[in-house]
Design a protein. Structure first.
Length: 394
């Protein structure tokens, strides 16, 4: 290990984030590996954040953060003596307790353990929201550990990390050889001055081992980093809702189904369980393209349209009222904005009405929805399609 470890200068903000149950040692073990074993350069975090339960936080505060006697403070004295005590921010404010979502104005309940489906959802949302908030600060590099807590917590840490991570972020698991992983040893990291640890087996046999025999290894995990894909234009609901963020990530890769619904003289789109209400003209334009896409096999030019060439009386007849003068290009832009506001840019791009083909002289370019017909469901449009089909068949 280098004796000249210094605080980060121009490398940006570095954050170590761990999930932990009732074994706080995984925090200091991971920190030890990062500081002493990185081949390129030691990863000295500016901040350490831990996501845990009520009981887990109590152990972290007692065993790691207690003034002077806390093992985190001892680690700093042993392995980062060149840095001031405040160089790495790790205190009660960076220990995040898993809590159920607030309801009806009441604060969410902090959890002592993860035992039910609701608890697991709370763990997923808490882990995801903490990582998302950390990454919302520009130029933040994460190193996340899945080593602690229940298996479900480790899974959610890995999955949530994938949703927010970018190229410079890392995910790992810390491995410690036997018997040092035995809680009875109260081993947190190899101290600079070696020491012996004693414990008693279940049969009463006394055992001892020296810290020189400890082997701590950081295993980096391969993971998809989707943060760049989902970073821009993410809707508010996706900032704290893990399940919805996962749906958006999947939908960013593969277009989700869409229901195009005309009901009680109002039009809406339903995508991923979200309702996107459109103004009548906006809905009419989207419905035209959706019908052409859904029934493209019946049309001579497939799903491609030049809506500017459609007769005005057809639009009046379909909508059942007057259609004011409109620029279809402007209306298409408004539709895209409405979808983006609810689902974000990565998903909304699938529903963009795009120009295709080569523009002919004195003629608008054809435009279309690039969706698979079986992903579109039309509701309340049975009377519209025959009129459009008749016109397009000419």
């Amino acid at each position: 290990m280098s004796d000249k470890i210094t605080a980060n200068a121009s490398s940006g903000r570095r954050v170590l984030v761990c999930v932990s149950g009732m074994s706080p040692a995984i925090v200091t073990e991971t920190l030890y590996a990062l500081v002493t074993q990185q081949q390129d350069a030691p990863f000295v975090p500016d901040e350490i954040h831990v996501i845990t339960t009520v009981d887990g936080k109590e152990k972290i505060v007692r065993e790691l953060l207690a003034a002077e006697s806390g093992m985190f403070h001892r680690f700093m004295r042993d392995h980062l003596p060149e840095l001031p005590a405040t160089a790495v921010r790790f205190d009660e404010s960076t220990v995040h307790v898993i809590s159920q979502a607030a309801k009806a104005g009441k604060a969410g309940k902090a959890l002592s353990d993860i035992t039910t489906d609701d608890d697991n959802r709370a763990a997923a949302d808490t882990i995801y929201s903490v990582l998302r908030k950390l990454k919302s600060v520009p130029n933040t590099r994460l190193h996340a550990s899945v080593a602690g807590g229940r298996k479900s917590m480790s899974f959610y840490m890995g999955h949530a990390f994938s949703l927010v991570a970018e190229a410079g972020d890392r995910l790992s698991h810390v491995l410690v050889n036997e018997p040092f992983e035995n809680p009875a040893l109260k081993f947190y990291f190899p101290p600079r001055q070696g020491q012996s640890y004693r414990w008693q087996e279940r049969d009463g046999t006394e055992r001892s081992v020296h810290s020189d025999q400890a082997v701590i290894r950081l295993a980096e995990l391969s993971v998809l980093r989707l943060g760049g894909l989902l970073a821009e234009g993410l809707p508010p609901k996706a900032l704290n809702n893990f399940d919805f963020a996962v749906q958006l990530a999947q939908a960013a890769i593969e277009p989700p189904p869409v229901r195009v619904v005309w009901e009680k003289e109002e039009g809406r789109l339903e995508i991923l369980g979200e309702v996107i209400k459109l103004q009548p003209q906006q809905f009419l334009v989207f419905a035209l393209y959706a019908m052409a896409c859904k029934h493209q096999a019946e049309l001579p030019h497939g799903a491609a349209l030049i809506p500017e060439d459609l007769p005005g009386h057809l639009l009046v007849k379909m909508l059942g009222g007057e259609v004011g003068a409109t620029t279809f290009k402007h209306t298409r832009s408004k539709i895209q904005q409405a979808i983006t506001k609810t689902l974000g840019r990565a998903v909304a791009r699938h529903f963009q009405i795009e120009a295709v083909g080569i523009r002919q002289t004195n003629q608008e370019r054809t435009t279309m929805l690039h969706l698979a017909p079986d992903t579109i469901t039309l509701v309340g449009l049975d009377a519209w399609w025959p009129k459009l089909r008749e016109t397009l068949r000419g």
